[in-house]
Design a protein around this ligand. Structure first.
Ligand code: FE2
Ligand code: FE2
Length: 189
């Protein structure tokens, strides 16, 4: 199975994004080991999370609707979010990886969502701390990722909201709700 996936990735993605996918998979597996998630599911989700990122928006929209996926208007507001939905559909319907946890992890890897399962948190984070990333807060987020998954996810959500706001980009409601949920959970402890 991996042979076919690697071929698909190298056919569909630029070298840069292909390497990014391998890095996210590696990081996801490390986090899964640390936080007791399924190693293979983590690796696979990491490999495939961006598989549709360089496919045309038209094809992505077609995949999403043919996959019977109903996303809110808010979730469709930014075309940058579409690859998460189309990649999830692609791995389920075309690569026949029929696993709800993997689907969810890929589907929400860009926005997050409230009450994320562990695998979804891991992919969200692995995407932000993979070897090919470079930003000011990265060393801090990496360190936190190995100490406390929930605190790291909370920090990562805060960082991406700040980053999007600074750029004047659209912030999906799911991301704001995800952060609220993480903060509420912390207070309830
Ligand atoms: Fe992505
Ligand atoms: Fe990514």
């Amino acid at each position: 199975m991996y042979e076919e996936i690697i071929k698909q990735l190298s056919d569909r993605l630029s070298e840069k994004r292909y390497i990014h996918s391998l890095n996210v998979a590696k990081k996801a597996k490390e986090l899964a080991e640390l936080y007791g998630a399924d190693l293979e599911k983590a690796y696979l989700s990491g490999l495939l999370h961006d598989i549709m990122k360089e496919t045309s928006p038209e094809k992505q929209l077609k995949l999403i609707s043919e996959g019977g996926i109903i996303v809110s208007r808010d979730q469709m507001m930014s075309p940058k979010l579409w690859h998460a939905y189309s990649s999830a559909v692609y791995l389920r319907d075309y690569l026949k990886i029929e696993d709800e946890e993997i689907f969810d992890a890929v589907f929400y890897h860009t926005t997050g969502k409230p009450d994320m399962p562990t695998l979804t948190k891991i992919i969200y984070l692995a995407d932000m701390i993979s070897e090919d990333r470079d930003y000011k807060e990265l060393p801090y987020l990496k360190e936190l990722s190995y100490k406390n998954l929930d605190e790291a996810v909370t920090a990562a959500l805060e960082m991406s909201i700040d980053f999007l706001k600074e750029k004047g980009s659209y912030v999906c409601e799911k991301t704001t709700e995800a952060l609220e949920f993480m903060k509420k959970g912390k207070k309830d402890l």
